[in-house]
Design a protein around this ligand. Sequence first.
Ligand code: ATP
Ligand code: MG
Length: 298
Amino acid sequence: MARVIAIANQKGGVGKTTTAVNLGASLAASEKKTLVIDSDPQGNATSAFGFPKDPSRRTLYQTLILGEPIERVTIDAKIDGLDLIPSDKNLVGAAVELVLMDNREYRLKEAIQGIRDKYEFILIDCPPSLDLLTVNALAASDSVLVPIQCEYFALEGVSELLDTLMRLRRTINPTLSVEGILLTMYDDRTTLSKQVAADLRSFFGSQVFESVIPRNVRLAEAPSHGMPVMFYDIHSKGAESYIQLSKEVIVNAQKRVGQGIERFDTGTGAAASAAAGAAGGSGRSGDSGSGSASTDSE
Ligand SMILES: Nc1ncnc2c1ncn2[C@@H]1O[C@H](COP(=O)(O)OP(=O)(O)OP(=O)(O)O)[C@@H](O)[C@H]1O
Ligand SMILES: [Mg+2]
């Protein structure tokens, strides 16, 4: 039975899609059959896997709104062990059309029910908003992975996201857990990155992944070549960091199965206000030193 992980943060440009694509490819490379669902009308994950815009291609829209079986919109991502449900701009309409539909929060959950045992992991790339597409993703998921960019204002919005998660747990998905908070675009040459990382670790403790994604130009280049970074430059720091993350995700999944535990407690208001406080406290920048993750300039 697949572990379903939504990759969400309503803040734009924090590395959600980069994480969905490269974590997906890394899990598949570890022989964990994986499905990536592109649930963002921008369709960035779809193009990052090398599928250019094509109005005739079926997308998540057909399943969510028109009720087509999910198998009919699922395609081979051209990588062993990896499938993709593509998206395109029509999905903008879905966010609106869902409002008037029955069962509007659970359409995706119901749609993937029948394919969950075909995969070990299902990753859902969410849009940068808390709209019904994101709500559908969170309702369908076991957990949420929150990428946070290591920059000033990085923590802005984290409290809003955590509030939303807590509300969703009370209402539509009581078993939703936090897969982890992922530090992205980490630059160990700046004290700012280090400060943001230290703040996040002190507030969220073990909920922050040990793996850190460095700022790495290969990660930014790979999508324009239509491939995950591990196929573009396997020796890059970016590829290495996502492989490392995939190992953590696999180990966490095994632990959960073995012990029946769920790693979750965003601590609601306390963590949220701590995060809000940290957002105001990380405004230093500078340079010096080095950290555990290194940034390269290839
Ligand atoms: N670790 C990284 N190093 C360098 N560039 C990165 C890294 N992660 C992401 N990027 C680049 O930053 C930009 C934003 O990343 P990405 O598209 O993954 O964010 P997103 O959260 O999905 O954005 P959106 O909210 O618009 O969906 C992209 O151009 C991407 O290639
Ligand atoms: Mg994106």
